[in-house]
Design a protein around this ligand. Structure first.
Ligand code: NZQ
Ligand code: ZN
Length: 384
């Protein structure tokens, strides 16, 4: 096991009805910027529940944060909050709203070009406090310190990380997820699955607790994903899905482990160039990357196949079958695993993603830092 430091200050409030706790989780004298997306929370009662809990607080809403949150939109929120002298950011929504809230919280007090915050090109001195009401289990953004921001004008989808933007609290009420369309349930399951494998499926590092935590999360997702699609009103399945997705990127799975993250790096470029949902890109890239890196990942693929899918046989046979099982699972969750399913030409995609990775300086990816843009091009060509 490699050395590590771990700290996660986010207070989790889990369960049905927990939104009412907002009344005490946020200081009475706070001036709240409530950020939300395209309006799903107005149709499923979440907005009303938040408004009721904040009836004694000063708050102002800013809506319209889009999936893959856009820098220009977020800068409008920043200007609004500065004008109104708001000093607490409350995100109500999925990963896009939460990531947007992290950027806004960092940008409001920032002097200078806020775009420099993205990619960690400037040191942050401070950020406004953040709270979260999560409505889409997927990203783990509700209790981590990462955010992914897009700027369509310049074809950039880039992340930043800073402990200053850890949410102070996250409310996880599984009932808020009951209105998710099947597409977003599938996306959430696959995103959480790939967060786990990015941290777990590299090469053995004798991190036994972390491995078994990862395997438990993966098995849970394999169980509750199909259950949630089949029985949208199954509260226990929703609750387990919400907690599994949270734990996938809470920070503990990857401790002391060599981590990959190449699937995500390529996926962000694919979303930016061709508009696929974040998880759709992962479902295409992960199986192709595992096949391309088969020798380097065989030991861990075999462990995964044995423990998560209960496969038996030689390491090589199990590792191959485990990739097929994974691909089949993504398809059962409603996510195609080939570029052709989106009418995308593999050559066009492969060249475009490789060029973007080069432009963004992402030229040494993977757990061995040896995956080049040329390798990424080759991987995408096999995902035809
Ligand atoms: O905008 P509204 O109207 O709220 O609708 C949203 C949106 O259209 C809808 N939705 C959310 N909750 C709902 C609901 N619809 C009905 N009922 C509900 N309860 O779902 C749609 C997608 O929302 P979005 O927030 O975009 O999805 P997700 O949570 O998958 O977030 C994706 C973003 O997070 C980034 C991705 O790159 C992408 O930009 N990620 C952030 C990470 C992090 N901060 O750690 C890690 C991830 O790897 C990921 O990169
Ligand atoms: Zn992800």
């Amino acid at each position: 096991m490699q050395n590590f430091s771990f700290h996660n200050p986010c207070q989790i409030e889990f369960g049905a009805g927990q939104i009412s706790k907002l009344s005490t989780l946020i200081a009475a004298d706070a001036r709240i910027l409530l950020l939300y997306g395209g309006g799903s929370i107005k149709h499923n009662g979440v907005y009303d529940a938040v408004a009721a809990a904040l009836s004694q607080h000063h708050w102002q809403a800013f809506s319209g944060i889009e999936p893959n949150p856009e820098y220009e939109t977020l800068m409008r929120a920043v200007r609004f909050a500065r004008e109104q002298q708001l000093d607490f950011v409350l995100a109500v929504g999925g990963g896009s709203v939460i990531d947007g809230a992290k950027f806004v919280a960092a940008a409001i007090p920032h002097e200078g070009d806020c775009w420099q915050i993205i990619g960690n090109r400037v040191a942050l001195k401070t950020a406004l406090p953040i709270g979260v009401v999560l409505t889409l289990p997927a990203t783990g953004s509700e209790s981590n310190f990462a955010a992914v921001i897009s700027r369509r004008e310049t074809n950039d989808k880039l992340s930043f990380k800073n402990p200053l933007v850890f949410p102070q609290f996250a409310i996880l009420d599984p009932k808020t997820t009951m209105t998710l369309p099947a597409r977003q349930i599938g996306n959430g399951v696959v995103d959480a699955f790939v967060h786990t494998t990015e941290q777990y499926l590299s090469y053995p590092a004798d991190a036994r607790v972390q491995d078994r935590l990862a395997e438990g999360i993966l098995q849970t997702l394999i169980e509750v994903g199909p259950q949630t699609l089949a029985e949208p009103n199954d509260y226990p399945a929703r609750a387990n899905l919400m907690w599994a997705a949270n734990q996938a990127l809470f920070g503990m799975v990857g401790l002391g482990q060599p981590q990959d993250w190449a699937t995500h790096a390529m996926g962000h470029e694919l979303t930016m160039l061709h508009g696929l949902d974040h998880a759709q890109t992962l479902a295409i890239i992960l199986p192709a990357l595992w096949r391309y890196r088969f020798a380097a990942k065989q030991a861990k693929l075999a462990q995964y196949g044995r423990r998560v899918w209960q496969l038996s046989g030689s390491d090589k046979v199990i590792a191959q079958a485990a990739i097929e099982k994974t691909e089949d699972f993504f398809q059962r969750m409603g996510l195609p695993t080939r570029l052709s399913a989106y009418q995308l030409d593999a050559h066009l995609v492969a060249d475009g993603v490789a060029a973007q990775l080069t432009r963004h300086g992402r030229v040494k990816l993977g757990e061995h830092l040896d995956l080049t843009p040329d390798d990424c091009r080759a991987i995408l060509l096999t995902a035809d």
